[in-house]
Design a protein around this ligand. Sequence first.
Ligand SMILES: Nc1ncnc2c1ncn2[C@@H]1O[C@H](COP(=O)(O)OP(=O)(O)OP(=O)(O)O)[C@@H](O)[C@H]1O
Ligand SMILES: [Mg+2]
Length: 281
Amino acid sequence: MTNDTRAGGEAFALEIEHLKIHAHPSGKPLVDGVSVTLGRGEILALVGESGCGKTMTVSSVMGLLPAGVHKTAGRINIMGEDTAGWSSEAYRRIRNERVSIVMQNPMSAFDPVFTIFSHFSETLVSHGYDGKNSRRTAADALRELGFGDPSAILDLYPFQMSGGMLQRVMLAIALLSHPPLIIADEATTDLDLVSQKKILTLLKDYSKKNDCAILLITHDFGVAASLAQRIALMKHGKIVESGDVKDFFDNPKSDYARILLSSHRGLYTERFRSIKELLGV
Ligand SMILES: Nc1ncnc2c1ncn2[C@@H]1O[C@H](COP(=O)(O)OP(=O)(O)OP(=O)(O)O)[C@@H](O)[C@H]1O
Ligand SMILES: [Mg+2]
């Protein structure tokens, strides 16, 4: 990987090597040779312009590529296990146990005919909760994510909630599972700044306390700078630069990163400051 020379193996929560994804076998790849590693307990921000392939990359990690889109090359290891040849049942088994994903489009992650509490059920059952116990646990998890009346939320259907509320529910379910790896695809984009601050602080504390690795996809350089230890920048399906987050902001190496940072400098400086202030870091 660009600027990333670490050896593979058990030290990694996630290893992606030379990943290629195509919608049409003879067409231009949507993801073109991406290599990324994420250490255990580490937070890596994956950034890049809209359409560069961030969601396709993480969808492929989770075995969730859309119909007609295929992984055509590369290797993906999750918690040291090679995912080559995994069935949808194998992916289902590791979901939440070993890796949780908070999707960019929260509505698509929920089944419209089930209440929010039903969406907690699978996770709660697999962790040995039952009856009253499980309802209280789900309500506590929602309260942590800023819901004032979590008991009422549990009885709602997904279509009765906003995108930001669903993102927080997804995070609550993800954290409840205590996975060693969380993939958060624009997990706070639908939230106001105050909620965003709360959730980002919670994620950062959670990662530290539980040694949980987080692959954080974001458009927001302020978020990347505040939360991540490392950053990878994508463009047109490729990683153009990756490395330590401080080095990236202080001394970007690629022309693309330099252009992006300087063109966003005014906005970024303001945003960076405000997120830093909000997070108190
Ligand atoms: N179902 C699909 N079939 C074919 N191509 C698709 C499909 N969904 C997305 N694409 C294309 O794949 C490329 C990568 O899309 P992707 O969703 O990964 O971008 P992204 O980096 O996540 O963008 P954003 O920041 O807007 O979320 C884009 O060119 C997009 O048009
Ligand atoms: Mg996306």
